[in-house]
Ligand binder design. Structure first.
Ligand SMILES: [Zn+2]
Ligand SMILES: [Zn+2]
Length: 494
């Protein structure tokens, strides 16, 4: 879009070409031509369109994402209820996408909207709509208003001692708008740790976002939180789902690109998971979407070394909610297993362990380093036990996991895709080729964390089959033992 700048009641305002009485085409420029975008003073006598403000509340949207006529949107801008800024701006000399924060991935095109032959646009966030040199970004400048019923939290469960301590720290951080890292071992029940803090936030009318890099976590958390807070209007944002903003949002970190300066409480679950750990524009989106004065809480079972070193304060839950220690992985040398597989054989020691587990009626989850290895090993394994495999490119993945969970499939082979978030009662877990680079310390800790999660079967078997011990394997075992020791010392084990 092209805008002219003019003086109205001693204020500088921008007028889009479509709505302007001015004729001279030289007065109009793509919005990125302008350097500052002052907010207009609020005109209290202006009759606002609440539906329009509801759509824009807390958001940072392109004009095509706002289903209202331009003249209505512009009237709200002139009266101080909507803020406009250029989507691409120069920041410290670098062209910057204000929506996703990218400073590098730009291309240009011949643009019908502004008539420029080399209108630039951001490639980094193009899947969510094109932010170009002539795209304004719109946001609303009204605070969130909502009246909540008095009894919010309907969850009646008991917290373990470790959970209680973390729960107090979370509530404190939310009250004081502080930062906190909750380092909670796999199976400690970290979602429940949030409940009292969330209730506190809702009772203070705060806006809340639980963000996670992974869509399946959004889908898993939504029903649990809905059940705990049934009277709250909760929304789940992922993939293509676009909804009006509610006070409480569960979102993938990707979707936060469309928010600005809105959340009082920002909780990031699985902060160390891909792609959040490597994609700086997701970190930008989180920062942009929360208020300057807000709390920031990270949850993870496997924080990176940098996080542990630099973050303060950290609260640790070393014990599982059921009070049994974490299963310790055993390291088993299997020789040159890749060579065996080339000869269409599997190491006998591996087969022995698997058939033993299956004989004992335990489901077996096997992790392999790559999709190509999974495809080679699956038919070989099928000579001994019935098995199937899943990986990131497998469309039937969800069904296979369901069959495995329902005991219709004794053995499931997987890439690291299932290293987080899968819970199967009584499962035995193994890694084949644990020396491979994909099996970092945190991947191995997460994999081991699949075993023994249910209180009816708290001690699952975990094996790392390898052709040479790595530091990652050794430190994963050391970390798990350390957590058990800490839980024991604090009197949190049964
Ligand atoms: Zn962008
Ligand atoms: Zn353009």
């Amino acid at each position: 879009m092209r805008f002219a700048s003019l003086q109205l009641n001693k204020q500088t305002v921008l007028i889009p070409e479509q709505l302007s009485p001015l004729q001279d085409p030289l007065l109009f420029h793509p919005i990125s031509h302008y350097k500052s975008f002052p907010l207009q003073p609020i005109n209290k006598s202006f009759k606002t369109d609440l539906q329009l403000l509801q759509v824009l509340q807390g958001k940072h949207l392109l004009i095509d994402e706002i289903p209202f006529p331009l003249c209505d949107i512009h009237a709200h801008y002139l009266n101080g209820f909507i803020h406009i800024e250029a989507g691409l701006q120069l920041k410290e000399g670098n062209l910057t996408c204000m929506r996703c924060g990218s400073k590098q991935a730009f291309s240009h095109f011949s643009c019908a909207r502004c008539g420029e032959k080399d209108c630039r646009y951001c490639r980094n966030c193009i899947v969510m709509g094109k932010v170009s040199s002539c795209s304004p970004l719109y946001s609303a400048s009204v605070p969130f208003q909502s009246k909540q019923p008095p009894f919010l939290l309907q969850w009646k469960g008991m917290l373990s001692s470790g959970q209680q301590e973390a729960s107090r720290a979370v509530t404190h951080a939310i009250k004081k708008n502080e930062e906190l890292l909750v380092w909670a071992v796999c199976g400690s029940g970290k979602t429940e740790v949030l409940f009292h803090g969330l209730e506190e936030a809702l009772s203070q009318n705060k806006t809340i976002c639980i963000a996670t890099p992974r869509t399946d976590v959004v889908l898993e958390l939504f029903p649990r939180l809905k059940k705990a807070f049934p009277s709250i209007n909760l929304s789940a944002l992922y993939g293509g789902s676009s909804k009006d903003t509610t006070q409480f949002v569960i979102s993938t970190t990707h979707q936060l690109i469309r928010y600005k300066n809105f959340f009082d409480v920002m909780i990031i679950d699985e902060v160390d998971a891909f792609p959040y750990n490597v994609d700086s524009s997701l970190q930008y989106a989180v920062e942009k979407s929360r208020k300057k004065e807000s709390s920031l809480i990270y949850l993870t079972a496997t924080p990176s070394k940098t996080m542990i070193r630099n973050f303060h304060p950290i609260v640790r839950i070393p014990a599982r909610f059921h009070g049994f220690p974490l299963p310790i992985p055993s390291l088993t040398w299997v020789g040159n297993w890749r060579k065996e597989i080339k000869k269409e054989r599997l190491p006998p020691i591996l087969i022995k362990w698997i058939t033993q587990q299956v004989g004992d009626g335990k489901p077996v989850l096997l992790f392999l380093p790559s999709i190509s290895l999974i495809e080679k090993v699956t038919p070989l394994m099928n000579k001994y036990v019935q098995c199937e495999s899943v990986h990131s490119e497998d469309e039937d993945r969800v069904n296979k996991v369901i069959r495995f969970r329902n005991n219709q499939l004794p053995v499931l082979l997987s890439s690291t895709i299932l290293e987080r978030g899968i819970t199967i009662p009584n499962v035995s877990v193994a890694v084949i080729g644990a020396e491979d680079d994909v099996f970092t310390e945190s991947a191995l800790v997460q994999i081991a964390g699949r075993a023994g999660r249910s209180k009816d079967f708290p001690d699952g078997s975990v094996r790392f089959f390898h052709y040479g011990k790595t530091n990652e394997m050794v430190s994963a075992v050391r970390l798990i033992k350390g957590m058990n020791r800490e839980a024991e010392e604090r009197g949190w084990l049964n």
